[in-house]
Structures are given as structure tokens and as C-alpha cells.
Design a protein around this ligand. Structure first.
Ligand SMILES: C[S@@+](CC[C@H](N)C(=O)[O-])C[C@H]1O[C@@H](n2cnc3c(N)ncnc32)[C@H](O)[C@@H]1O
Length: 201
């Protein structure tokens, strides 16, 4: 059981971006502004690359890679963007390979999200950015998504934003979040000094 992502590429390519609230996009753009020129960005559980597309729209100089186990999703990735068939729990990338990792509506689908967080910390540069959009299972629409996914046989391993920040602290991240109606955007930094930013303050 579970959602057959492999067969849903066309649907996500058409509608995936619509599942994000409008207020998430400026938050993403603001986080991306802090990245160095030509920063290497991993769209993890990226499916058809909704976040990779948004990142390129905000910062055309970025170098995204989309990683996802579902080939049927990756087939609809934007032309020219690198893709990797991979699970978040076993990322086939060297340590410090990325300046940023983006995870949109995907963390709760991972079988082992805690193992995935360790992998994210490993593949990020010191000072690297982690940007997550997900649902809070205790509130608003998040409650419905939680129960819906449980019924569908998905892992449904949801974190509240507070619990996620605590988990991330165990991997040397510090961050903030903005939550509205059962959805949240969390932005965190791995300890260390990031490479020079594109837009220094
Ligand atoms: C709801 S979709 C979101 C896709 C994309 N991030 C977006 O915003 O449209 C969840 C994605 O998580 C992927 N996924 C499921 N388990 C995964 C895992 N263990 N590691 C990485 N990605 C996974 C699925 O294949 C699917 O593409």
C-alpha cells in the first residue's frame, strides 16, 4: 500500500506547485537569497522538481539536483536539471556536497526521517541551509493530511515544527519556522560558517 508516486509524475508536474500555499514562496526566495553564487541545492524527495523549479525562478544561477526514489516522478523533472534515483535515508552524495537542501511535502513520506536528517547534515556544507515545508499533524489541514495518509498506508511520519527543530538540534542545526493553518515552513542552518553569500547584508 501507499501512494503510487511512480505513477503520479504527470499529475504532480501539472498540479504539484498548487499544493503549496502562496506565503511559502516568498519565504523560500528569502532563504535562497542567502546562498552563495551558483550554490548547489538538493531538492530531496523532490519528485517532479517543484522546489527545484521555484529555486531556479528565484535564483537562475543555482545548481539544483533532484533526488527521489520514484523514477516516474523524476521523468517530469525540468529539462537540464540533474536527477538522482535515491532514498533520503541513503544519499549517494559525498559529505558537504550541497549548500542547501530543500524538502517540500516529502519528509513525512520518508520511512526513516531521523536517518534522513542525519544524511542531510552529512551532505550539507558547514553553515548549509535546510528548508522544509510540511504539515503539522496537530492542526488545521495538517490533521486531515495526517489521517488521510495513514488510511492510504503512507509512513505518515509527521513532525510538529517544534519537535522537528528539537530533532534538528541533535544534528547541529538551529532554525526558525513560520506556521499557518496546519502547514509550516522551517528554515535551519547547520553549524559552521557558510560560503560567502550572493547578497551580503
Ligand atoms: C508529496 S510528494 C512531494 C514531491 C515534491 N517535493 C513536490 O513538492 O511536489 C513526496 C515525494 O517523496 C518521495 N519519497 C518517498 N519516500 C522517499 C524517501 N525515502 N526518500 C526520498 N524521497 C521519498 C516520493 O517519491 C514523492 O516524490
Amino acid at each position: 500500500m501507499g501512494i503510487p508516486f511512480d505513477q503520479l509524475g504527470r499529475l504532480f508536474a501539472l498540479w504539484g506547485h498548487r499544493t503549496y500555499p502562496d506565503w511559502a514562496w516568498p519565504l523560500l526566495a528569502r532563504s535562497l537569497e542567502t546562498l552563495p553564487p551558483t550554490a548547489r541545492v538538493l531538492d530531496l524527495g523532490g519528485g517532479t522538481g517543484v522546489l527545484a523549479r521555484a529555486a531556479l525562478a528565484a535564483r537562475p544561477d543555482l545548481k539544483p539536483v533532484i533526488a527521489d526514489p520514484a523514477r516516474g516522478m523524476l521523468r517530469h523533472a525540468p529539462p537540464g536539471v540533474e536527477v538522482a534515483v535515491a532514498r533520503a535515508e541513503e544519499l549517494p552524495f559525498g559529505a558537504g556536497r550541497f549548500d542547501a537542501v530543500l524538502v517540500g511535502e516529502a519528509l513525512h513520506h520518508f520511512q526513516e526521517p531521523v536517518a534522513a536528517l542525519a544524511q542531510i547534515a552529512r551532505v550539507l556544507e558547514p553553515g548549509g541551509l535546510l528548508w522544509i515545508y510540511d504539515f503539522d499533524p496537530r492542526r488545521g489541514i495538517g490533521r486531515w493530511v495526517y489521517w488521510g495518509e495513514r488510511l492510504l498506508g503512507e509512513p505518515a511520519r509527521f513532525f510538529s515544527p517544534e519537535a522537528l527543530l528539537e530533532r534538528l538540534a541533535e544534528h547541529d542545526f538551529t532554525g526558525v519556522y513560520e506556521a499557518r493553518g496546519g502547514r509550516y515552513v522551517l528554515s535551519a542552518r547547520l553549524a559552521g560558517t557558510p560560503r560567502a553569500t550572493a547578497h551580503p547584508a
